[in-house]
Design a protein around this ligand. Sequence first.
Ligand SMILES: *[C@@H]1O[C@H](CO)[C@@H](O)[C@H](O)[C@H]1NC(C)=O
Length: 402
Amino acid sequence: MGIKLLCLLIATVLTAYYIYSPLPENVEDRWKLMLIGAVFRTLDHVGSVANKLGLAHHMDVMMSLTSFEQTPPTSDEKVTVTDTEFNGVPVRLYIPKGQPDSLKRAMIYIHGGGWCLGSAAMQPYDLLSRRTSETLNAVVVSVEYRLAPKHHFPAQFEDVFTVAKYFLQSSVLEQYNVDASRVCVAGDSAGGNLAAAVAQQVLRDPGVKIKFKIQVLIYPALQTIDLDLPSYRDNANMLILPKSLMVRFWSEYFTTDMSLNRAMEANQHVPAELSHLFKFANWSHWLPERFKKGHVYTKPVYGNSELGKKYPGFLDPRAAPLLVDESKLRGLPLTYVITCQYDVLRDDGLMYVSRLREAGVNVIHQHENTVHGAVMFSTGPLILTVGEKMANDYIEWLNKNL
Ligand SMILES: *[C@@H]1O[C@H](CO)[C@@H](O)[C@H](O)[C@H]1NC(C)=O
């Protein structure tokens, strides 16, 4: 009896520990968020332990969630869905069935998952793409780019850029009956990172004649140079995306060698030779006052220059699109940015908004009182009120502006 009671007590405490996460009072859908957070946390912990024991790679364990939510390409009465390839890169293609003769709009969508996880075929992304296609009467190209740890930077970027270059040809757009002046690129989280990077490259590439009308960046990751921003400090233990996991995603994008991960965790990974890049992500300068509150800006601490030589990619603008000078931002398309208050990536988005505006880019900025990843829960049993609202708002905005 005593033993059973003790076991029950331990099990209850463990369950409560896993499910309960301190969440700010004013966040909606607290219990649903805690449940979602518990699933992520469990996978993160199991992945970390399995990795340490040499049983499996951390990300392979976390990838089980992606596999679990995988859906086949299924057409319905409103949208034709197929899996195909654009120039050798797999994509899931959504073609709306309504108004077959009219010119369509188009979106290239890039899913999130820290460059290691996720898939265009994951149910939440599949549903969002269908909805976009149907509501906007738009062709949606959802890119199935290669992932880490099997593939490191720049594979992810290259795949998305290859698809963008292929699709933005007038002959291809004609084939899909798409209006070349109404194509956008959109992505969330790591997908927002890739969307921003690809938008910059498309703008600059003289070989790409047709440009994007709009870029949509949903809580994007945009810089690798300072992983101790106020948002990283305030949300280090926030559910869904704690700092440790974000740092792991970043380092894993470039290498599986943990020395970069440790240096990033300590925020001492940038060699002195690259100190000129700090000004592009200087939160003391670029962050609006209300987000700086309670934080003191300190000068950067430089890291060992060997890392910089070994993995030069980690400060490459194709990986960190915030780290470019103003001339590279000028001329970027109309931009819709979503940031979330309780998100380590909040300040990446906020600084990009400031920098784009300074460069004369027209930016619509939406700031939400929630955690990272909410748009993933805009449908289904774990629907979040705020996730649904964010998805509705951005699709409605695109309907008016694309
Ligand atoms: C960051 O900005 C602050 C204030 O605007 C300035 O004092 C500081 O020198 C800047 N640091 C770097 C590394 O640019």
